[in-house]
Design a protein around this ligand. Structure first.
Ligand SMILES: CC(C)(COP(=O)(O)OP(=O)(O)OC[C@H]1O[C@@H](n2cnc3c(N)ncnc32)[C@H](O)[C@@H]1OP(=O)(O)O)[C@@H](O)C(=O)NCCC(=O)NCCS
Length: 173
């Protein structure tokens, strides 16, 4: 497995068996989970299952939603990366609430997209966002992802976006 290179403020790494407490604190926060799935905060078991699945993806697919380390604080503050999706590979992000509003998710997502296109050679990356999740919609806009469709999931409107691998200069578009 390859991992996205560090950014100015963030480092990516693989999951560790000691991550459960940190990520349970993030995923059991109702504000963090407001626009994720049903909006229910996760139990400890659900967070453990998520980590187990991420570790499995990392081994079998070569990617996952990687833990994000705030380099200045040497501490895990969330994750950003990929999961498999029916129409390609899906990018996702989630940060502890105290780190919101500093451009960190956009910084992580840009590095993950670059890694996806240039190292993993993914051709088509999608994102799905609940239509009320304004912060994520703003990130999508900054990433210049294109709107494709909308559908209902858990009774909530979800918007789907995508981005194709950038063409090299000289390649036919
Ligand atoms: C979504 C999330 C990762 C954003 O993290 P972040 O580091 O604060 O994001 P950034 O600072 O890179 O960018 C967020 C942008 O949204 C804007 N924004 C934030 N809250 C907003 C709101 N309620 N309404 C409109 N815009 C908002 C910010 O101003 C920023 O835009 P700007 O750079 O033009 O100022 C974070 O809020 C989070 O973890 N949310 C909970 C989990 C989640 O929803 N994950 C995504 C599921 S699709």
């Amino acid at each position: 497995m390859t991992i996205p290179p560090p950014t100015k403020r963030l480092t990516f790494r693989d999951w560790s068996t000691t991550d459960l407490a940190t990520f349970h604190a993030i995923c059991s926060d109702p504000f963090v989970m407001e626009f994720v799935g049903t909006g229910e905060p996760w139990s400890l078991d659900k967070t453990q299952q998520f980590i187990d699945r991420a570790r499995e993806m990392s081994e079998t697919l070569g990617y996952c939603q990687w833990p994000l380390i705030h380099t200045g604080e040497s501490k895990a503050i969330g994750f950003c990366g990929f999961i498999p999706a029916p129409d390609g590979v899906e990018i996702g992000w989630r940060l502890a609430r105290q780190y919101w509003g500093q451009g960190l998710a956009t910084e992580a997502a840009r590095a993950v997209l670059k890694h996806g296109f240039e190292t993993l050679r993914i051709q088509h990356i999608i994102a799905t966002v609940q239509s009320s999740n304004r912060a994520s919609l703003r990130i999508i806009k900054k990433l210049q992802m294109k709107a494709d469709s909308s559908f209902l999931r858990y009774g909530r409107e979800v918007l789907q976006f995508s981005l194709n691998t950038p063409q090299s200069p000289g390649q036919p578009s």
